[in-house]
Design a protein. Structure first.
Length: 371
């Protein structure tokens, strides 16, 4: 069951808050605002993402907080290349940031982030690709229904998005939760995905589970899995303390600290909408369903090329170890000096690897287009 819908904004109109919302956007604690978060808060007046009526236009251009026009610290020229779009696809309204020219490349973010996690690599990728960086179901400006967070549904969301954008075949890059979602997309829609690059995650039901009482390092990296799966007490504990919980996650998993403005934006993204917390926990709460799905998927090994990326100060070679359980053609990259947030901590290293990995895809797409 989805949250109550609001009237959609008109084409190119600003996005406004829901008049049906039973709670105003909550304020983040003072710690989250240190160093200029007032500029971010000012954007709250321009938000709203509930599902539109069936008569709404399939594509709209949002403005304000969470869109291309309302995020901090973008690379120079970013807004000349990329545009935010709200696209009705798969039964929900999805937010995607789209730009560039060439064969399509879908970027799937992880938790607790959104499309913005890819900002440092998107301009360079857009020189040779049509880049689509999406907010997953429940995240950012994408709709936040109460269900549908298993990886089959999340993969179907993205397949429907690419259909609506007119892309039959495409390459995929997924980070963190975007890794098992990308895997599901490639496994469930094998005729759609040409190449898959994944980073910094496990695949539930494929990766062997660590012991409950393991080393402190493993506990610090993984304790959020059982916490996020709880039915409701996690939201009660985190609400009003989002800067503590999400700030800790973003800080402690980085070898190269993320900029303060990025951390503030991620934290604010998880407070501004009344369903933001439940949406962020949705992937974890549907893990039982995903376990069952992956037990079936792993019987059908991926045949496409896979690039497995790990930060040397984080998962490292473990990403490739996981993917070799699910795919036959796996190349491994361990990024020196990087922690979990590879696209932000080591964008140049990641770009170099992606250019090489995606070059055959670009060549084959060009050949197909000229037949």
């Amino acid at each position: 069951m989805s949250p109550s819908p609001t009237e959609p904004p008109g084409q190119n109109a600003p996005v406004t808050p829901s008049s049906h919302s039973d709670q105003p956007p909550r304020r983040v604690s003072r710690r989250a605002f240190v160093g200029g978060a007032a500029a971010v808060t000012a954007g709250l007046a321009l938000t709203g993402v509930s599902a539109p009526p069936a008569t709404a236009a399939p594509r709209q251009t949002p403005r304000g907080f969470g869109s291309v026009s309302g995020v901090p610290g973008l690379p120079d020229g970013f807004r000349r290349t990329f545009t935010s779009r709200l696209i009705q696809a798969g039964g929900i309204r999805q937010h995607a940031v789209v730009g560039g020219d060439g064969p399509p490349l879908l970027l799937i973010h992880g938790w607790p982030q959104n499309w913005y996690a890819w900002r440092m690599v998107m301009p360079a990728l857009a020189r040779n690709h049509t880049v689509i960086a999406v907010d997953q179901r429940g995240i950012g400006l994408t709709d936040k229904p109460r269900d549908g967070y298993d990886t089959a549904t999340l993969a179907n969301d993205l397949a429907a998005l690419m259909d609506t954008l007119g892309h039959e075949r495409f390459a995929v890059v997924g980070h963190d939760t975007g890794m098992p979602i990308g895997y599901a997309l490639a496994a469930d829609h094998p005729h759609r995905v040409d190449r898959l690059a994944v980073a910094e995650a496990v695949i539930p039901g494929v990766t062997p589970s660590p012991p409950l009482l393991g080393p402190a390092k493993a506990n610090n990296m993984l304790w959020h899995f059982p916490f996020n799966r709880l039915d409701d007490v996690n939201e009660l504990l985190v609400a009003g303390r989002e800067d503590v919980y999400f700030g800790w996650q973003l800080d402690t998993k980085a070898a190269r600290k993320l900029p303060d403005h990025a951390i503030r934006f991620y934290v604010e993204s998880l407070t501004w909408h009344r369903h933001a917390l439940s949406g962020s926990f949705g992937w974890y709460r549907d893990l039982d369903t995903t376990f069952t799905q992956n037990a079936d998927r792993v019987k059908r090994r991926l045949t496409i090329p896979v690039l497995a990326v790990g930060g040397a100060q984080s998962v490292g070679e473990g990403v490739a170890t996981t993917m070799r359980l699910a795919a036959g053609d796996v190349r491994s990259l361990v990024v020196p000096g990087s922690g979990h947030w590879v696209a932000e901590e080591a964008p140049q290293e990641l770009l170099a690897a992606l250019r090489t990995f995606l070059a055959p895809y670009r060549a084959s797409a060009t050949t197909r287009n000229h037949r």
